[in-house]
Design a protein around this ligand. Sequence first.
Ligand code: BES
Ligand code: MN
Ligand code: ZN
Length: 503
Amino acid sequence: MEIKVIAGDIASIEADAIIVNHFEGMEKLEEETAAVDRLLDGALSQLVKQGEIKGKPNEITLVHSLGKLPPARVVVVGLGKQSELSINKVRGAVAETCRWLRSKEISTIATVPQGANSNNISTGDAAQAIAEGALLGTYTFRKHITKEEDRPGEIKQVSIVGADRLKSQLEAGADKGQITAEATNLARDMANEPANYMTPTDMAETAAKFAQDYGLEITVLDLEQMKELGMGGLLGVARGSRQPPKFIALNYKGGTAKEPDIALVGKAITFDSGGISIKPSEKLEEMKGDMAGGAAVMAAITAIAQLKPKINVMALIPATENLPDGNALKPGDVLTAMNGKTMEIISTDAEGRLILADALSYAKKHGARKMVDAATLTGACRVALGDICTGAFGNNQELMDSVLAAGKEAGEFIWQMPMYDEYGEQNKSDVADIKNVGGRLAGAITAAKFLAEFVDDTPWVHLDIAGTSLTDKERGYQIKGATGVPVRTMVNLVISLAQESPK
Ligand code: BES
Ligand code: MN
Ligand code: ZN
């Protein structure tokens, strides 16, 4: 899909359909809607008067223009109450409208800058939200479907039309939206891919392609190099798998420091069977998505490379399968992580924290000043927050606040969880420095407390995306399957950190 910005008048644009809008509870039409209404001899204002157009959120009304203006169709989308409008609602409304138009076999769309200047939404924000809504909301994953039936249409072009003086703001917003949405869709593609198409080796190959396409430095460690570095966690989890593990590092250098200003770390278990502590088979296929954190950081750094903030970013992706075999890790085993700490295995199904222990140690060793990790870490987090909020855990409130703000801007909901020292006591082991399961209570927090042992005092935030990485229904710009969370949060965070401390 091409996203374009056009300086001009929505009513005189060549497109299969144009999108204007209406706010709930307003008698008067918005300026551009009113201009279109005049050319339609009052058809829209009449529909408002008759109560057919109410302006309810995501309400869609189609009017055929019958030659009265160049586009054959006018769509009025409801944006809800003006005082309650948010960028996220614009994303959702555009997404739903695009999907609806796609189902009508429409291929070119032009829209007004939906929501601009309402409720503190800037022109640029509106353009960004439109690009994101259109690209995220029409995402499909049909790579493995050979049947032509039920193939959705394709929207080839979305033009954002506004006054000439707004053109540069619209373009900047549309570009940022396009870059971050396309990165999110890359992460969705990777996480939706079946585990036999997205092995650790496939992830490393994808990373190499990203490095090439976006000019990133790449290092991929193989088994021998992991042994040299003492990555006992990653090696331990990989033992039960025939697929060789990979430790992927992608570097973006936009700053002047030698070290990474921030490390983004993503769990990449390309399939989590649970290992010897095997999982029940119900919904086990969903565990192909246990690399969603790794996919998100890989995709985020491609967007960062295009947006070019003045900051150094290191993306780390420890990748392996978690499977049972005769050589597999066993409950009771003790592993030594890269930082020398020993870990007693209570459950081989608590594998994410074992590979993250090495990745966080690696980030520390490379001098990362801050760290944010994303991981489908615990079923407990999903039970607590559902598929709505990502759980956030950290050791530094300033970085936490930046992450929460970045998530808010992205519309990726994040909720901070407590990290009292007392929770850490549950991870005490009788035979090693720490054990990998802290009991039944507060499972998401004790998992975070485990990770905290490997970051020491480096400012760090852990995002548990076990609930939010997948969704089972279409909602706004979310499509059934992998969500691509938290790609846009991470991109926003890095940009805001770069602006905070220009280097
Ligand atoms: N990958 C799972 C967590 C998960 C569960 C993600 C459901 C998405 C949906 C993780 O490796 C895991 O198995 N965690 C265990 C930890 C337990 C053994 C302490 C869990 O949550 O059951
Ligand atoms: Mn597991
Ligand atoms: Zn897992």
